[in-house]
Ligand binder design. Structure first.
Ligand SMILES: Nc1nc2c(ncn2[C@@H]2O[C@H](COP(=O)(O)OP(=O)(O)OP(=O)(O)O)[C@@H](O)[C@H]2O)c(=O)[nH]1
Ligand SMILES: [Mg+2]
Length: 406
């Protein structure tokens, strides 16, 4: 895949690491000259990058097209929830407003005012919105294709920003067509609307536009997964990871993607364990670093949507009582994390034999020696792998309870 922005990025070794080839080589030489303590600095720096990188998503389009509703849906919020963007049939948002993701404050969705209103004629709009600060654009179009949609698309292109054209309220169109015609075929109609949008963008000089048909009130259907695929292909590695972790747990595919991203973090966190002054877990005979473990569990749990607030949001989205979702969760990891729980996990993993060879294979040739560096690494690696597997299984159960399996 790969859009224009990914070409500017240094090549990564593979999907299983955030490090580039050069960085891995550097990591190896740091280890060879300064041992684990020196290598850890580089790993820590990468973890800091993961925590501090911002992702700014601009959502733009005609007034009333459905920008605010889409942003709320992406954040897993209902329009009445605290902190939700205001929506409604009247001209709403008057200046760019950033909405931070409830779990990942570095992800910000920007609700830009409707273009083409008397207050914001298109030309003035493009200047005032400071287009440059955003990672990519989502242009939302409500129904008919307009001149302003084209202007927005062209401006994004001129600024070499990826843009994704989202045709919203699609379930409304389908509903109307279904009422009108007896021989209604949903897939055919969707394809017609896609072609219509594509043709208009092409006629305006956008060569390969990317068009997605979406319903913000039923985000899980239609082209939402396709939009995520496109973004996954276009964003540089760390931003991609952050984007995926910010998605609401709408389906099993999203949960699987999150697992893949979090797996890349396991060996990095494990490498940091056993630092000087680390507090060992009482009762766990092999050394391991309780602060790193607990931090990992809490973060992974949140990204997997299993903390209380995320479960509440998901239940609301699914229109089900939160108790129904909580009822399927069976994990010691969802309550308070105590040393005792870590101990129980450790007993569980005693039976799980993870050999060095099972650890993310492509990193082995470069930093293989780090993995042999001590039991503390292996123990933390085993525990966090177990944690991630356990949380994934539970997240899958929650998604299925919320939305079914299709
Ligand atoms: N059926 C349906 N209605 C939607 C969808 N998206 C938005 N709406 C409705 O469309 C109306 C306008 O949506 P908003 O999200 O407020 O639109 P906006 O683009 O933010 O509008 P401005 O802030 O004025 O620029 C609201 O009544 C929404 O409920 C959708 O996917 N399906
Ligand atoms: Mg709005």
């Amino acid at each position: 895949m790969g859009g224009s922005s990914s070409r500017d990025q240094p090549t990564e070794t593979s999907n299983s690491s955030f490090f580039t080839e050069d960085e891995l080589r550097n990591l190896k030489s740091e280890y060879e000259t300064g041992g684990m303590e020196k290598a850890k600095l580089l790993i820590q720096r990468k973890i800091n990058d993961l925590e501090n990188t911002e992702l700014n998503i601009a959502v733009t389009g005609q007034s009333g097209a459905g920008k605010s509703t889409f942003i709320n849906a992406m954040r897993g919020l209902d329009k009445d929830d605290e902190g939700a963007a205001e929506t409604g049939p009247t001209e709403g948002t008057m200046e760019p407003t950033g909405y931070r993701h409830p779990n990942l404050p570095n992800v910000c969705l920007w609700d830009l005012p409707g273009v083409g209103t008397p207050k914001f004629p298109a030309r003035k709009y493009l200047k005032q919105m400071k287009f440059d600060k955003y990672d990519f654009f989502i242009i939302i179009s409500g129904c008919r294709f307009t001149e302003n949609d084209v202007k927005l698309a062209k401006e994004s292109k001129r600024l070499k920003k990826n843009f994704y054209f989202v045709r919203s309220k699609i379930e409304n169109d389908l509903h109307a067509m279904r009422m009108e015609r007896g021989d209604f075929n949903e897939e055919e109609e969707l394809e017609k609307i896609r072609n219509y949008c594509n043709r208009n963008l092409q006629e305006a000089g956008i060569q390969s536009p990317r068009v997605f048909l979406i319903s913000s009130i039923d985000l899980n259907r239609y082209d939402f997964n396709l939009l995520n695929n496109a973004l996954e292909g276009d964003l540089p590695s760390i931003k991609k990871s952050i984007y995926i972790l910010a998605l609401p747990n709408l389906n099993l595919e999203i949960v699987e993607r999150k697992k893949k991203e979090l797996k890349k973090r396991v060996w990095m966190l494990a490498s940091l364990s056993g630092a000087i002054g680390a507090v060992p877990v009482p009762g766990v005979s092999l050394g391991c670093d309780i602060a790193i473990l607990i931090g990992g569990i809490i973060d992974f749990r949140k990204y997997m949507g299993l903390d209380d607030a995320s479960l509440q949001r998901l239940a609301k989205m699914a229109g089900k009582p939160v108790e129904d979702l909580k009822a399927v969760v069976n994990s010691p990891l969802v309550g308070e994390i105590t040393p005792d729980i870590i101990n129980r996990l450790a007993w569980g993993t005693a039976a799980v034999v993870i050999s060095v060879l099972e650890i993310t294979l492509d990193i082995i040739p470069v930093v293989g020696s780090i993995f042999g560096a001590g039991s503390s690494f292996l123990m933390t690696y085993k525990l966090l792998t177990g944690v991630l597997d356990n949380l994934t299984v539970n997240a899958e159960k929650v998604v299925t309870a919320a939305f079914g399996t299709d």
